[in-house]
Design a protein around this ligand. Structure first.
Ligand code: CP
Length: 322
């Protein structure tokens, strides 16, 4: 917990954090550990709203949210839309058609309060944040980051484990092309997890050692005693050329089967941000098996996105209480 010095010089605990310091959520690096916990705690309160008969609160009434999704998305787009509606925001969806800078100026003319952006270009969200007055939420930009995915992943882990600090979290797959990975490394590191990365040498994340993570091509070492096994999609659509000999060989060497999963800890949970390539990075019986929390991740996306929208909009937490 952070502390403050009183006039007498005595150290007293700082009041609990109630809002985010940054205007935008562009990167997981925008968040301190304290802010991450605030978002996760707020998401717990938001989750309760989803259990009510009338799943709606007036927290964002009068605020306009524009969803700008210029790359395919099922989970993120849908969960943001549900989150916005549950918070009573006025929402509109834009699918693109002109340059990003022109679109930004057009949007700015309509003065939205929040922009939720998915784009194939790493840095698109930063560009929009520079041009627009609106608060910008990164819903996935190129190979850069996907911070709300990392937040919902942390929220899901927290629901299954007493603490994220000290957990062995093993992330296996296409590390090179994954924006989910970059956000997860930053977030899990901030929360004190012991992060292991594993994949073929051709798909390793360059410079990962500066984040204090372990990186290996040895799948058995990476899985040994893991508390969380997080799989990443092989992103064929981002590949120029061949990164491994064949899908069959990839699955043999890195695919998570029930047999391979036995090397992880006895209560290990299996995660995947989706969409999954069954039979490539994950066997179907693992994806649908008792250790899988993949559909919980999808469900938790709504509560996390409600929390992020709400906290960025700067509304006091008490206002969501019934
Ligand atoms: N995890 C994720 O970003 O999924 P979508 O591409 O379906 O939004």
């Amino acid at each position: 917990m952070s502390t403050l010095s009183s006039p007498s010089g005595a150290v007293r605990p700082a009041p609990p954090l109630t809002r985010l310091r940054s205007k935008h959520l562009l990167s997981a690096a925008d968040l301190t550990a304290e802010e991450i916990v605030l978002i996760l705690d707020t998401a717990e309160a938001m989750q309760e709203i989803g259990t009510r008969r009338i799943k709606k609160v007036p927290a964002l009434r009068g605020q306009t949210v524009v969803n700008l999704f210029l790359e395919p998305s099922t989970r993120t787009r849908t969960s943001f839309e549900i989150a916005e509606k549950r918070l009573s925001a006025d929402t509109l969806n834009i699918a693109g058609g002109e340059t990003l800078a022109d679109m930004a100026r057009t949007l700015e003319a309509m003065a939205p309060d929040l922009l939720v952006v998915r784009h194939a270009f790493s840095g698109a969200c930063h560009l929009l944040a520079d041009i627009c007055n609106a608060r910008v939420i990164n819903a996935g930009d190129g190979m850069h980051e996907h911070p709300t995915q990392a937040l919902l992943d942390a929220f899901t882990i927290r629901a299954h484990k007493p603490s994220i600090a000290g957990l062995k979290v093993t992330i296996v797959g296409d590390l090179l092309h994954s924006r989910v990975l970059r956000s997860n490394i930053l977030l899990l590191h901030a929360l004190g997890a012991d992060v292991w990365l594993c994949g073929p040498s051709t798909l390793m994340l360059p410079g990962s050692e500066r984040f204090g993570v372990h990186a290996t091509t040895a799948i058995d070492e990476a899985l040994a005693g893991a508390d969380v096994v997080m799989l990443l999609r092989v992103q064929f659509e981002r590949m120029r050329g061949r990164f491994f000999p064949s899908v069959r060989e990839y699955f043999e060497m890195f695919g998570i089967t029930a047999e391979r999963l036995r090397r992880a800890g006895p209560d290990a949970i299996v995660m995947h941000p989706g969409p999954m390539n069954r039979g490539v990075e994950i066997a179907s019986d693992v994806a649908d098996g008792p250790s899988s929390v993949i559909l919980e991740q999808v469900a938790n996306g709504v509560a996390i996105r409600m929390a992020v929208l709400y906290l960025l909009a700067g509304v006091e937490v008490d206002e969501v209480e019934p």
